[in-house]
Design a protein around this ligand. Structure first.
Ligand SMILES: Nc1ncnc2c1ncn2[C@@H]1O[C@H](COP(=O)(O)OP(=O)(O)OP(=O)(O)O)[C@@H](O)[C@H]1O
Ligand SMILES: [Mg+2]
Length: 307
């Protein structure tokens, strides 16, 4: 693996058994790499396999019934050793998840435990993965909350997830993910559920943190506006495959695939908001399954997202 790379995914294949002998191939031979300090955006319609790809890199997908049917996931660990995560025993994966890669999941409420305080949840991960005492873990947790600009951080440590707003919970998730100073952070739609102002704050925060601690980021989204703002390179996924890849500049300038073009067509043009009072959400883009429509504009349905 090239010295300047942190992750190299090659021909990744993931499937689910649906019962009755049926198999769903959710990821069909996906390949991409992420450089040191680089942000790669993984974009694509709902169900195209973005989360399954991310959960497979974390080796969490198999707990959800996924089968890793082929391919490799080479990762450079903190010590410099390159390992294939696809073949690592779960016991070692636990330490990789605690110290080399961390993930902010699509739904923060599902990944925070409602019955434990914020301080306990961040602290527990630190004690487990870094062998710190409870008091040390509390200090690290406090600093992590300050790092992600959570106001009144000290007070928050003793609060429970339901005390926090959506944006604040998302910051707590990012703080947790940062505690291990990962070389790679995966963010799965970290801002989709948030209003545009909070969304912008979270994105600013991720960028600032990335500069501060120099980590690589795999950013999953279907919002091309977010891609333009955050990413260096982009991979466009469609039905379990990567159909287009390049630098953000290349893909925005000369999109080759009809689906990418339709995604970009949905991005508002400069000036188109002139007579609107408030920011609007990006429309949803959906590809129709009719083979007769392939490559035409009608192959794509663009729908406004209700506010
Ligand atoms: N546990 C599971 N069992 C069976 N099928 C699953 C499971 N998890 C995901 N899938 C299927 O795998 C495919 C890819 O799903 P995935 O969650 O990766 O989509 P996605 O690109 O993240 O979509 P979204 O943008 O909606 O989050 C979908 O067809 C989904 O229904
Ligand atoms: Mg998803």
């Amino acid at each position: 693996m090239n010295d300047d790379r942190v992750l190299e995914v090659d021909n990744l294949q993931v499937s689910f058994s649906l019962g009755g002998g049926q198999t769903l191939r959710a990821v069909k031979g996906v390949s991409f790499h992420i450089g040191r300090g680089e942000t790669l955006a993984l974009v694509g319609e709902s169900g195209s396999g973005k989360s399954v790809t991310a959960m497979t890199i974390m080796r969490l997908a198999e707990y959800d019934g996924a089968r890793l049917a082929g391919g490799s996931i080479r990762m450079r660990l903190a010590g410099g050793e390159v390992v294939d995560l696809a073949r690592l025993p779960q016991k070692r994966m636990q330490s990789v998840r605690g110290s080399d890669i961390s993930m902010v999941f699509q739904d923060p409420m599902a990944s925070l435990n409602p019955v434990f305080s914020i301080g306990f949840q961040i602290g527990e991960a630190i004690m487990r993965h870094q062998g710190k005492s409870a008091a040390e873990a509390r200090t690290i947790a406090l600093n992590a909350l300050k790092l992600v600009r959570v106001p009144e951080a000290e007070k928050r440590l003793d609060q429970y997830p339901h005390h926090l707003s959506g944006g604040m919970r998302q910051r707590v998730m990012i703080a947790m993910a940062l505690c291990c100073r990962p070389s790679l952070m995966i963010l799965d739609e970290p801002t989709t559920a948030l209003d545009v102002t909070i969304q912008a704050q979270i994105l600013d925060l991720v960028r600032a943190l990335q500069r501060e601690i120099g980590m690589s980021v795999l950013f999953i989204t279907h919002d091309m506006g977010v891609v333009a703002e955050m990413a260096d390179r982009i991979c466009v996924m469609l039905k379990g495959e990567i159909v287009e890849t390049g630098t953000v500049y290349e893909v925005f300038e000369t999109p080759l695939h009809a689906y990418t073009r339709s995604l970009l067509a949905a991005v508002p043009r400069l000036g188109s908001m002139a007579d609107k009072d408030e920011p609007e959400r990006f429309p949803l883009v959906e590809l129709r399954d009719d083979p007769g429509l392939a490559g035409t504009r009608d192959a794509v349905r663009v729908e406004a997202v209700p506010a």
